[in-house]
Write a protein that binds this ligand. Structure first.
Ligand code: NAD
Ligand code: LMR
Length: 350
């Protein structure tokens, strides 16, 4: 009996590992985030342990020699799911028939800058890459924009790819979400998985609003609203918010480089949730296209909302009570996004 079960298991496994490989492109593949990210993707942490992958590494021409080194290292990892690695500096190669695009490639900010100071340096990249996605990628492609200013770059990429549904585009605010989760967990002396349903609203910038009014904390077996678990409203309305808002800048000040390990982890969390869905009863945060004035957020922005994901489709968590304190913060971060969008649109003429 045991032998029969073992053979059946091996057969199922053999069949499942013969699944068609998916094509995943990472841009900025010679950079520091990519260096922390590629191994996790290639070993199956994001798209599943039975999903073979063709990994396409896109960067600019001067970085091709560096990409060669990254390719060698990926080969040397001897990862069974990694069917092929394609280094390239050409969007027509990079985006051809892809299933998932992780758009990291762009300039990071330096100490003393705000992320929106990168707008003029970076947004043109996302116009070009949006147009290339439109032309070469599968229409079902899931696009995650990481390069800053992530929300506005994502909006421009999506506007430049009219044949791909706007819902397929999202930007990374999962790093802020993880930061918020971790800050509350440390404050309560519990592990980060004991904290759920924090929300990042708005822009991945210092106007973002980390909100724990709907978060729950498992305090050693008893689940409590975050405000009751933390028991320090002054901290939750003050230093907690500013710590999360300013965390990227604090990392840059300390490392002289922007966050990479934590960004890569957040990218994996974000894409894995798109592929496999969010756990029952939980939501996450991601920058998505605002089309309905939900929570009073103006239309035509990429704005971070609480979402639940099923069958690779997100849905905004609706009906959450928003007090005046929160509403003013939701509005402030929306105002900044409108300003960024208008600057980008005028600059690019899109
Ligand atoms: P990095 O400088 O180490 O790497 C960036 C890479 O992008 C470089 O290899 C560069 O050659 C490449 N690149 C530049 N233009 C490109 C183009 N047109 N096509 C393809 N590749 C291109 O930077 P990094 O630390 O990896 O950060 C990358 C971006 O991610 C920055 O904009 C940074 O601010 C942003 N970031 C966002 C988050 C987030 O949470 N949204 C978190 C961390 C970093
Ligand atoms: C972060 O949040 O760490 C990144 O967006 C990098 C930055 O510029 O802060």
């Amino acid at each position: 009996m045991l032998t029969l079960l073992t053979s059946m298991y091996l057969l199922v496994r053999a069949v499942s590992t013969q699944a068609e490989p998916i094509r995943v492109v990472v841009t900025g593949a010679a950079g520091q985030i990519a260096y922390s990210l590629l191994y996790s993707i290639a070993k199956g942490d994001v798209f599943g342990q039975d999903q073979p992958i063709v990994l396409i590494l896109l960067d600019i021409p001067p970085m091709l020699p560096v990409l060669d080194g990254v390719v060698m290292e990926l080969q040397d990892c001897a990862l069974p799911l990694l069917r092929e690695v394609i280094p390239t500096d050409k969007v027509e190669v990079g985006f051809k028939d892809i299933d998932a695009a992780i758009l990291v490639g762009s300039m990071p900010r330096k100490e003393g800058m705000e992320r929106k100071d990168l707008l003029k340096a970076n947004v043109a990249i996302f116009k070009t890459q949006g147009a290339a996605l439109d032309k070469y990628a599968k229409k079902t492609v899931k696009v995650l924009v990481v390069g800053n200013p992530a929300n506005t770059n994502c909006l421009i990429a999506s506007k430049s790819a009219p044949s791909i549904p706007k819902e397929n585009f999202s930007c990374l605010t999962r790093l802020d979400h993880n930061r918020a989760r971790s800050q509350v967990a440390m404050r309560c002396g519990v592990s980060s998985d004991s904290v759920k349903n924090v929300i990042i609203w708005g822009n991945h910038s210092s106007t973002q609003y980390p909100d724990v009014h709907h978060a729950m904390v498992d305090l050693h077996g008893s689940e409590k609203p975050a405000y009751d678990a933390v028991k320090d409203d002054t901290w939750l309305r003050g230093d907690f918010i500013s710590t999360v808002q300013q965390r990227g800048a604090a990392v840059i000040k300390a490392r002289k480089l922007s966050s990479a390990m934590s960004a890569a982890k957040a990218i994996c969390d974000h894409m894995r949730d798109i592929w496999f869905g969010t756990p029952e009863g939980e939501f996450t945060s991601m920058g998505i296209y605002s089309s309905e004035n939900t929570y009073g957020v103006p239309k035509d922005l990429i704005y971070s909302f609480p979402v639940q994901i099923k069958d690779k489709t997100w849905k905004i968590v609706e009906g959450l009570a928003i007090n005046d304190f929160s509403q003013s913060k939701l509005d402030a971060t929306a105002a900044e996004l409108i300003e960024e969008r208008d600057t980008a649109v005028a600059f690019l003429g899109v």
